[in-house]
Unconditional design. Sequence first.
Length: 284
Amino acid sequence: MSLVAHLTELRNRVALALLGLLIATAVSFWWYEHGLGEFIRAPYCNLPARLRYGGSTSGGCGLLITDVFGGVFIRLKVAFLAGAVLSAPFWLYQLWAFITPGLKRNEKRYGIGFVVVSSVLFAAGAVLAYVSLSAGLRLLLGLAGDGVVVALTAQDYIGFVLSLLVAFGVSFEMPLIAVALNLVGVLSYDVLRHSRRWIFFLTIVFAAVVTPTQDPFTMLAMALPMIALFELAIQIARVVDRRRARRAAVESFHDVDDDEASPLDARPSALDEPLDSPAASTRR
């Protein structure tokens, strides 16, 4: 394909991906009043009544809006994020359909596995963040003590929840990057093994910086699974490097460049002596 044809193909794929995202965002915008909003507010509404605005009087949970367009922006933000998640299979397919003609068979196999595993890890991180959200809110809001009315604005709470979900989801992708670098030969098992302590230490520092709550509970909820995933990545790198070393030992000319002729031994090989020869008779 020519450069113009490539650009035309890219334009069409991007247009289809944006159209799918727009449709999914519109569906999520309608879904907000039919369960999605309650799903986002559930960790806050499950808190004790003393930690919720209006909980001690009406038994409900309320989020404050301090400006006219606050509700619109909140609904659009939630709808866009939910739409991006719902339409992920479609726009990921458009990206894959654009790059797959230039990939080899093994690269296609690795690409499919990378997309599937990364999607699962992101979803697992988001689910863990949502499950631990109530405990983190209870700890943080409870530090205000008695005699303090906790009234969260909708902008702050929704932004906090979305940032926490994204932070957990992205953090769970980092061990997969280490595996990908090992598969392409950039990062070896020996480097990962000798850097294990630094990796674990930096993981804890990363969790302490990235988590929006900055509380020890949420930090450990992110850091401990990341450490386990990094350890799994190190063991995967060990298996991959061992297989790579075995393949290299089997190949006799693995150090020769692709454009260089293989070295051949032109010396004649020794022949077996006939059984009726004098030398053979002497040995017998």
